[in-house]
Design a protein around this ligand. Structure first.
Ligand code: BT5
Length: 280
């Protein structure tokens, strides 16, 4: 056994370890655990076809074809991160669904803050940054007939936990980080996952009953981009300007440089600039 494998053995994300003392109503009550999968979202989609209960979690120690948004890939090496998909059946109007991406990002940030006293920032709409490096991402997908009884939201979450800088391939080394890199010590993945499931369920139940004001407030207070000069790609359009607000509909409001005025963008890809230099 390689020494790196031995190092991570004590905190394998075994379901019975994660579920020990887990005080949720439904999140994580059923966990499908794999040492390796192509992608937890892909496996969750297969499971969604057999009508599993809300709160099912698919976990993999390693993904061989981890996915980001828009066909991008997600680097998911063995034993160092939390690579998971949570299946939800939100009884929400379709217009509210994009806000669940923000809710998941806020829940990851809150769980990290509670467990480790670190303060990650939400990069609208789906990333978390810590010390100017990306440490987590959310990939929300739907499965089944929208609004139908078999409709699921697949919340794919990737959190870099115990990587060191040299674990990342060259193209990610400058921009990706991990909790261990920021904390300076290894992190208990099980405790973090348990905390995340608890916070996420609490936020989700709250939002379904009372709306998303609390999630949006958190994302505004812990934003990586508000006040910064950004470029947003949305479909085949590009906007440049200052990020001035996260609107109540979950969209990002930009104060445009060229035409003046503001625009609200519901989905997109943000690059941040400091003067003329791209940062993230
Ligand atoms: C995301 O996409 O950030 C969503 C990532 C979701 C991953 C989870 S893991 C469990 C579940 N199952 C899956 O198959 N996926 C989900 P996006 O915003 O498109 O960012 C992707 C970009 O982030 C890539 O093009 C890289 O530049 C960068 N990247 C890839 N792997 C990374 C990592 N481990 N840490 C930081 N950045 C990474």
């Amino acid at each position: 056994m390689a020494s790196s494998e031995r190092e991570y053995l004590p905190d394998r994300l075994y379901p019975w370890e994660v579920q020990k003392g887990l005080a949720t109503g439904f999140a994580g009550h059923w966990i499908e655990y794999y040492t390796e999968l192509p992608s937890t979202n892909r496996r969750a989609r297969e499971l969604a076809a057999v009508n599993p209960p809300e709160g099912l979690v698919v976990l993999a120690e390693k993904q061989t074809a981890g996915r980001g948004r828009l066909g991008r890939s997600w680097f998911s090496p063995a034993g160092t991160g939390i690579w998971m998909t949570l299946l939800l059946k939100p009884a929400l109007p379709p217009g509210e669904l994009p806000k669940l991406t923000l809710l998941a990002a806020a829940a990851v940030a809150r769980a990290i803050a509670a467990e480790l006293k670190l303060a990650p920032l939400v990069k609208w709409p789906n990333d978390l940054y810590l010390d100017s490096r990306k440490i987590a991402g959310v990939l929300a997908e739907t499965a089944g007939q929208a609004g139908g009884p078999g409709a699921y939201l697949l919340l794919g979450i990737g959190i870099n936990v115990n990587q060191v800088s040299t674990d990342f391939p060259g193209e990610l080394r400058e921009k990706a980080g991990s909790l261990r890199m920021s904390l300076g010590a290894p992190v208990d993945r099980i405790a973090l996952l348990r905390r995340f499931l608890t916070v996420l369920e609490e936020e989700y139940v709250y939002a379904c009953e009372k709306g998303f004001a609390r999630v949006l407030a958190y994302c505004r207070q812990h934003s990586f981009i508000l006040g910064r000069y950004v470029e947003v790609r949305s479909g085949d359009r590009r906007y440049r300007g200052r990020a001035v607000a996260i609107r109540d509909d979950g969209g990002l409001e930009l104060l445009l440089d060229d035409e003046g005025g503001t625009v609200g963008i519901l989905a997109g890809e943000v690059s941040c600039f400091s003067g003329a230099h791209e940062q993230a």
